[in-house]
Design a protein. Structure first.
Length: 590
């Protein structure tokens, strides 16, 4: 017998090891080729949305909100970081006016602002300078649209409100650190005699600014807006806050292109912050900056795609080797997803599932966990493919949900309970994840049976038992989560059950999983029928998770989002097609 090479058993690990090396490099991003210490500026903390966060996060979430991506190009075509764009946005308005960062896709809105797709970056992104001549028309149409009930608004009205909100978000950012309208803002801060003018400027920054950029100090016990901090200093006859002077001086150095002076001022302000802020705040802002740069969920998305390709390739060639490689890569993706979720928990001080965005991350991580464990035990090379699809799909959903802004925002009052978030919401997420896992595995089995040259009935029976076991898991957590939700509702609203659409959706998931189990126990359906019923579980769960939010009614309506309805319907129709395909005969071994 030919002796195997001693390294051959480790060959399936090679793709995962190479991916791990790549992941490690993302934790140490290279600094942009600039004489300015842009990374250090991105580390600077501010208070926004109820928590202290770095300016790098402000830049990224603002760009996602107004243009649907973080990537930015300067007017000369150079790729720049979000923090560099923010520097121009807050310190150099003339340059910032030329950045094409406002996304407009509605044809009627383009007609209103008198622009065409040829005028935009990629045919859909436009600059403040391009929109400036039509700001009055945008304001007028947005006011009219705001008076119409949300459910009755036309696509144009929704689009014009989105553009108006984006412009307001951008404006509030530009008034948060310095007063751009005054070229000698630093001089006004340092002129002790000209208090009247400075008071007016402070009032303007208070009215339009959004960030609480002035950190607590000996005379100021809490984070304040720049305008409020200046007004308080004027009232108390004190000098302007050191942070206000630091930002004003950095603004002048940035505008006059003096990188050495800019860096010196920036580093001096960082030293001040180490004396003013708790060590925990500094650790969290630094960790969040590194988290932003690493983009763990984007990396996990790529790993899920690789795991899927390896798993599919294993059906064609080298099944043992490539299937194990797929499982290892999927396990690495799970590790990255879990690390990202744990980091968010530490930064936010909350359980993993707090809003629709984090629910997508949680459902994905739980589903991948389930698939990795099952595949490691049974080695089907189908469950790992299902896990990669679930991971990729939920991460894509999370990515699109991030466009609304900061995904670690403050909780609504009724949801502000770590206990219930860690019990009811987490348990429901387990139920969602398990129901989807059963449904996606069933889809792959149904399609595989139709296209494969042969299909072993023993493998099919094994997969049917796996789907059955996952449905048992799903009904337990779905039922428990629904009951816990009723207890929470009783504490919050004084009633256990109110036939709210979200409550009904949760109940439908429980009922449907029970239908699947009883249909199998009573032998009303065979293995193929169980697979088809499990696929319908995808429809039921999608309706409960996202569909009921689109109704815009009920006490649980926290997740309405324009543009969700058609993808939801398309996904449901695709699953109905899969169920129909399950009725076709499968190929079997001769």
């Amino acid at each position: 017998m030919k002796k195997l090479h001693p390294l051959l058993p480790f060959l399936p690990l090679l793709p995962a090891l190479l991916c791990a090396i790549w992941i490690i490099t993302t934790l140490f991003p290279s600094a942009p080729a600039s004489p300015y210490d842009i990374a250090a500026f991105g580390h600077l903390p501010v208070l926004a949305d109820g928590r202290v966060k770095p300016l790098d996060t402000i830049a990224r979430t603002t760009l996602l909100r107004i243009q649907g991506r973080q990537a930015v190009r300067s007017p000369d075509g150079r790729a720049i970081t979000p923090a560099e764009w923010l520097l121009d946005a807050v310190f150099n308005p003339d340059a910032a006016r030329e950045y094409r960062v406002f996304q407009i896709t509605n044809p009627e809105v383009l007609d209103l602002v008198q622009l065409t797709t040829a005028d935009g970056d990629g045919g859909k992104r436009y600059s403040p300078a391009q929109l400036a001549p039509r700001l009055d028309a945008i304001e007028q149409q947005a006011s009219l649209a705001a008076s119409v009930d949300n459910a009755q608004r036309t696509p144009f009205q929704r689009a014009i409100l989105d553009l108006h909100d984006s412009l307001a978000t951008y404006q509030s950012l530009t008034y948060s650190l310095v007063l751009q309208e005054n070229p000698d803002y630093l001089g006004d801060l340092m002129d002790a005699k000209n208090t009247g003018k400075l008071r007016n400027e402070a009032a303007l920054m208070t009215a339009y600014g959004a960030l609480l950029a002035m950190p607590p100090n000996a005379t100021q016990p809490a984070w304040l807006k720049t305008g409020d901090a200046l007004t308080a200093a004027l009232d108390a006859r004190r000098p302007p806050p050191p942070a206000a002077l630091a930002y004003a001086a950095m603004s002048r150095a940035w505008q006059t292109k003096q990188p050495a002076q800019f860096n010196e001022l920036l580093h001096a302000y960082q030293e001040q912050l180490t004396q003013l802020l708790p060590a925990t705040d500094a650790k969290k802002t630094n960790a969040e900056w590194r988290f932003n740069a690493a983009e763990p969920f984007y990396a996990a998305m790529i790993l899920c795609v690789l795991a899927f390709l390896l798993g599919v390739a294993a059906w064609l060639k080298w099944p043992g080797l490539l299937a194990r490689s797929s499982l290892w890569v999927l396990g690495l993706a799970w590790l990255i997803m879990t690390a990202g979720i744990l980091t968010r928990m530490w930064l936010e001080g909350r359980p993993p599932v707090t809003n629709l965005y984090s629910s997508a991350l949680g459902v994905g991580a739980f589903a991948v966990t389930l698939c990795v464990i099952i595949e490691a035990i049974f080695k089907t090379n189908i469950v790992n493919v299902a896990g990669s699809l679930l991971g990729f799909g939920t991460l894509i959903i999370a990515h699109h949900l991030s466009f609304s802004g900061d995904t670690m925002e403050m909780m609504r009052a009724v949801l502000d309970s770590n206990f219930w978030l860690a019990t009811h919401v987490l348990t429901i997420a387990f139920g969602y994840a398990a129901t989807y896992a059963a449904g996606i595995i069933a889809i792959i089995v149904i399609l595989y049976r139709l296209v494969a040259s042969e299909f072993d009935p023993e493998i099919f029976d094994l997969l049917e038992r796996i789907v059955y076991g996952i449905v048992c898991f799903a009904i337990f957590f779905s039922f428990l989560g629904t009951v816990l939700g009723g207890v929470w509702a009783d504490q919050s609203w004084g009633r256990f059950w109110g036939w709210d659409p979200k409550e009904n959706g949760a109940l439908i998931i429980v009922i449907w999983n029970a239908v699947v189990l009883h249909a199998r126990w009573g032998k009303f359906v065979g293995p193929t029928g169980v697979m088809a019923l499990a696929v319908f579980g995808n429809i039921v769960t999608t309706w409960s998770w996202f569909g009921v939010n689109q109704l815009s009614v009920g006490l649980h309506n926290y997740g309405f989002k324009d543009g969700n309805t058609l993808p939801i319907i398309a996904f449901m129709l695709a699953n109905l097609v899969i169920i129909a395909l399950a009725l076709l005969p499968a190929r079997r071994r001769a």
